[in-house]
Write a protein that binds this ligand. Structure first.
Ligand code: TXA
Ligand code: MG
Length: 349
């Protein structure tokens, strides 16, 4: 299969030229095909969510286990009532506050959503992304787009069109190319079926932001690395986001972190890389030094993380040492992804 690339203009707001391309891309979806598209979190691999065969093709293209449900993306808020039962007051408040945006909500599903899309669950995950091209494309493609991250199963989520092309070229109909993702890690997933909303996957929308909107929030116990409980989002149990290299997170005082990592760099030379914040760059000697956070912030690290993991793979890096970040606020999401990439290997120094 030849994969068509639709490159958008990059101008702010959609030009007529962009709309023409997005219409052509939407045409593939209406015919049952698969198109990767940009969102503010990561690129998604879209197919018609109401078509079981299209969902089946998504699993096949990614090599994804079919018990791992897909998120349904919508372009207009009121579309949620077409696929979800019992949209609660809590849900309404969260949609008011965070849609369009990086928040996915889990609802009881309506009959119209095929089991193939929800991995056999009787619930459905729904999100309205904050990206003009995505919203236009979803609307033109029929309004309900099932989309996991557009990577091969097991590799880091794509934050640039090139990542999608390198994983999925020849396996899908088209890619809408539109530069780098703003946020860089996947949406916050919240289950609102219980009394207190429960975060199943941390993201840009933090526990405090949810608490401030609806009064209370809890975190799925299965997310803790030392927990015996299974994570409630089926996808969180897989060792995702994983680079080929062996990875370790190094935590402690800056000086101690630098001296531990420098020792490893000395031992391992060019087969090792360090993921560092700008303020620490000149503490490291030897190996490959990668800028994880340009300004030391968590949000910048989130934006760069997956691209750097891919870069390390391409350069044949065998060992990655990452600085650790404060796990508060959005740091919770960043540390969740870093921990998963590292297979939960953390070195306290
Ligand atoms: O930011 C995002 O959410 C991106 C972009 C493309 O929108 N999408 C994304 O999809 O990250 P994916 O398939 O890579 O991750 C979806 C996660 C998986 O962990 C899956 O198990 C969980 O959502 N999920 C989907 N439906 C669910 C449901 N009904 N109940 C519990 N978890 C669900
Ligand atoms: Mg994914």
């Amino acid at each position: 299969m030849q994969t068509e690339i639709f490159e958008l203009s990059g101008e702010s707001g959609l030009t007529d030229f962009d709309k023409e391309k997005l219409d052509a891309a939407a045409g593939y979806i209406r015919k049952g095909g698969l198109v990767a598209f940009p969102t503010e979190t990561v690129y998604g691999l879209g197919g018609n969510a109401l078509d079981a065969a299209a969902s089946g093709r998504i699993y096949a293209a990614k090599g994804r286990p079919s018990d791992n449900p897909l998120i349904v993306h919508i372009a207009k808020r009121d579309k949620v009532y077409g696929i979800a039962e019992n949209v609660s007051e809590t849900a309404e408040k969260l949609m008011d506050a965070f849609w369009p945006g990086p928040l996915t909500l889990i609802f009881r599903k309506k009959e119209i959503v095929p089991d193939a899309t929800t991995g056999g669950l009787d619930t459905v995950a729904v999100r309205m992304p904050a990206d003009d091209a995505a919203l236009y494309f979803i609307d033109r493609a029929g309004g309900f787009i099932a989309a996991p991250s557009a990577n091969l199963s097991g590799s880091p989520s794509p934050t640039r069109a090139e990542h999608v092309i390198s994983d999925l070229s020849g396996r899908i109909d088209a890619v809408i190319a539109a530069g780098e993702s703003d946020i860089g890690i996947e949406s916050t997933i919240v289950d609102i079926s219980g009394e207190v909303p429960e975060i199943l996957r941390p993201g840009f929308v933090t526990p405090d932001m949810i608490k401030n909107t609806v009064g209370a929030v809890k975190l799925d116990k299965g997310l803790a690395p030392d927990s015996d409980a299974r994570p409630r989002a089926p996808g969180m149990k897989y060792r995702h986001y994983a680079p080929k290299a062996e990875m370790e997170i190094v935590s402690g005082e800056r000086e101690a972190v630098a001296s531990y990592i420098n020792e490893r760099l000395r031992e391992k030379g060019e087969t090792a890389a360090v993921l560092a914040s700008s303020g620490n760059l000149d503490r490291y000697k030897g190996g490959k030094i990668k800028l994880l956070s340009g300004d030391g912030s968590v949000s910048d690290a989130a934006r760069n993380l997956y691209a750097l993991l891919r870069e390390c793979d391409e350069e044949g890096v065998g060992f990655i040492y990452s600085e650790s970040f404060d796990g508060e606020g959005m740091g919770l999401a960043l540390m969740n992804r870093l921990n998963k990439a590292a297979g939960h290997r953390v070195r306290e120094v």
